[in-house]
Structure formats: structure tokens, C-alpha cells
Design a protein around this ligand. Structure first.
Ligand SMILES: Nc1ncnc2c1ncn2[C@@H]1O[C@H](COP(=O)(O)OP(=O)(O)OP(=O)(O)O)[C@@H](O)[C@H]1O
Ligand SMILES: [Mg+2]
Length: 329
């Protein structure tokens, strides 16, 4: 498979801040590639450089073998884009929004009505064709944004956080649309803060933190980096977390990692009785157990292993939603 995008030692500085730090990656034709990272990791900056909206400080970007800096216009024609903040024209209807884009992309005037109809059907917005887009819900605006990005049938589509802020139902339908597009032959580069999203959609992923690629590979290759074995995860009260970790060390020889009210440890391939034994020992020590589980490594476990922080820590507080709900956090 040939590379549709190649980033070579790409760096972007804003004053003293190194937003993108010596990133080298290749995106292959036909795949869904994910840039996964927390807020401020550098994802949008990378996307904007590929689109030549930003000039790299150093390094090179090739799209279909063309140097992006030297072939701005030719490269732009090949790429569809949905920005992080989808901008629809609020005073135009859904149909008019699509017409406007057809004109911008120089689609043949005779073909425009059919293209608009196709777009509205794709976005499941036929019923709202003549309603002003400014009154659409977030999910509807995102759907319009995605369809608009694919109107010129690009070989390559860049989606910057396509599902951030969407509810579960809209997120799932966006995933389906992305998969369908890919099946029809579009290569996708998307950014996300959601581990589950990267896992579900992407053939390959680069995990980015503070502008650097900390790991890249297929979801299963990455999960194997978390280590052999499975992950024990316990949520207890913040004041008992140290004591619980000490029990795990003393009784089971685990090396627990503590974040807020959450303890994680790598355990040998799961024996079901272990969980019962662990629960018993913790109860003996009067440790409240809000949740206990053994699961296969997730991308979050990989992120912890590589950066020492959970991705959730960087986007939210360290205390788990469960503890917050119980009111102990
Ligand atoms: N135009 C700019 N001027 C100065 N600093 C910037 C500029 N654009 C981005 N940054 C900084 O560069 C870093 C990377 O930002 P970027 O927007 O690429 O992150 P991101 O991974 O897209 O984050 P998010 O998930 O929040 O969208 C951040 O620290 C950000 O504050
Ligand atoms: Mg961004």
C-alpha cells in the first residue's frame, strides 16, 4: 500500500511553545488513521499544517508525493476537511449550505441539485432541507459538516474531532458514516480524544502527547505495549487508596499504580478466583470497594504506561465519575 500522507520530522513552534515536536508518520492509502491525544497535544496543529493553513517551523509534509508547501493549491483540491468547530452558515438552509459548497468546489451547475439531494440523504437531513442550519442541533450540524466535506468526493478526508460533544446516539451514527465512507474508498485521517473511538474506527493510531508521538501501531499492537497480563482496576475512597495499594503489594506482590481514587495493577492472565481473593483481603482491611474489575489492557493503559498519566487525567479531574456520583470525591 502506498502512502497518501507522509510527515517527516515535522515541527511547529509558537514562540517558545513546541506544539508539534519532530513528528514522523505515514498514512497509507485506504486506511483510517487516528491521531489520539488529550487537549493541547498538537492534533489540530498537525491537521492545519497538512492543509497548509499553517506553515511548519521545520520538517516536511507530502500528500500523494507532493510537497505541501510547494503545491498548496493542488494538494488542497485533493483533501476534504471537517474542522474541529464545524462552521455551517446559520442563515442558510441545509440545502443552501450544500449548494454554496458545490459552487466553491466548482461542481458543474447542472449537477448541483443531484449532489445536494445526495448530500441531504446521506446526512439524513432531507426533512430539514429548507430549515435554517443555525437552528439545527449539534449532531445535525456535524452531519451536515461531514457531508459537506465529502461533496467533492475526496480521496482523502481529514476529520478534526468529528464526535467531540456529540451524544452517544449521534456518535455511533457518525462512526457508521465514517466506516461507510472508508469502505467506499476514502482514506481518513481523524483526530480524537476518545480511546474507544480510536479503538473502534482506526486501522492504525498514533498516540500524541505534548506534540510528540509516544507510540504508534494498530490498536492491538498498542495494547500489547501495556504489558503481558491483564489489568486489575479498583476504585475506592480517596482516603483509603494508599492502604488498599499496600494490601495489594503485601498480599499479592502486585505493583499498583495510584491515580486519585483509582488503583491499577498488571496481573497475570486472569484467574477468576483472584478477584474474589482480592475482594476478601480488601474487605478484611475495611477498604470500601466502589468498583473492582479485571480487563484486557485498553489504550488508556498504554497511555499510562508511556506517559505516566491517564488520558482522562489530562482532560478531566483524576477522581472517577463514579466517586463523584457517590459524592466522595
Ligand atoms: N495559533 C496559536 N498560537 C499559539 N499557540 C497555539 C496556537 N495554536 C495552538 N497553540 C498551542 O499549541 C498546542 C497544541 O494545540 P492544538 O490545538 O494543536 O492541540 P489539540 O491536540 O488540537 O487540542 P484539542 O484536543 O484541545 O483540540 C496547545 O498548547 C495550544 O495552546
Ligand atoms: Mg484540536
Amino acid at each position: 500500500m502506498s502512502d497518501i500522507i507522509r510527515l517527516e520530522n515535522l515541527t511547529k513552534k509558537f514562540g517558545d511553545l513546541v506544539a508539534v515536536n519532530n513528528v514522523s508518520l505515514n498514512i497509507r492509502e485506504g486506511e483510517i488513521f487516528g491521531l489520539l491525544g488529550p487537549n493541547g497535544a498538537g492534533k489540530t496543529t498537525i491537521i492545519n499544517m497538512i492543509l497548509s493553513l499553517l506553515h511548519p517551523t521545520s520538517g516536511k509534509i507530502f500528500v500523494s508525493g507532493l510537497d505541501v508547501v510547494k503545491n498548496k493549491e493542488r494538494v488542497k483540491q485533493q483533501i476534504g476537511m471537517m474542522a474541529q468547530e464545524t462552521v455551517v452558515e446559520p442563515d442558510l438552509t441545509g440545502a443552501q449550505n450544500l449548494e454554496l459548497f458545490c459552487q466553491l468546489y466548482h461542481i458543474d451547475a447542472d449537477a448541483i441539485p443531484a449532489v445536494v439531494k445526495f448530500g441531504l440523504e446521506e446526512a439524513d437531513l432531507m426533512k430539514f432541507a429548507d430549515v435554517k442550519a443555525g437552528t439545527y442541533s449539534g449532531g445535525m450540524q456535524r452531519r451536515l459538516g461531514l457531508v459537506r466535506a465529502m461533496l467533492q468526493e475526496p480521496k482523502l478526508l481529514l476529520l478534526d474531532e468529528p464526535t467531540t460533544g456529540l451524544d452517544v446516539q449521534n456518535r455511533f451514527s457518525m462512526w457508521q458514516r465514517i466506516k461507510d465512507l472508508n469502505k467506499r474508498g476514502t482514506t481518513l485521517l481523524l483526530t480524537t480524544q476518545y480511546l474507544e473511538e480510536a479503538d473502534e474506527l482506526c486501522d492504525r493510531i498514533a498516540i500524541i502527547d505534548h506534540g510528540k508521538v509516544v507510540a504508534h501501531g494498530t490498536p492491538s499492537e498498542l495494547k500489547r505495549m501495556a504489558g503481558e497480563g491483564e489489568i486489575l482496576e479498583i476504585i475506592t475512597s480517596p482516603e483509603m487508596v494508599q492502604k488498599a495499594a499496600a494490601i495489594l503489594k503485601a498480599k499479592f506482590k502486585f505493583s499498583p499504580d495510584i491515580k486519585g481514587d483509582r488503583i491499577k495493577a498488571i496481573v497475570p492472565k486472569s484467574e477468576a478466583e483472584k478477584l474474589t481473593m482480592i475482594t476478601k483481603e480488601l474487605e478484611k482491611g475495611k477498604i470500601p470497594i466502589f468498583s473492582i474489575s479485571i480487563h484486557l489492557p485498553t489504550l488508556d493503559d498504554v497511555f499510562i504506561k508511556l506517559t505516566g498519566a491517564t488520558m482522562r487525567d489530562t482532560t478531566q479531574e483524576a477522581v472517577s465519575p463514579l466517586t463523584r456520583a457517590i459524592g466522595r470525591g
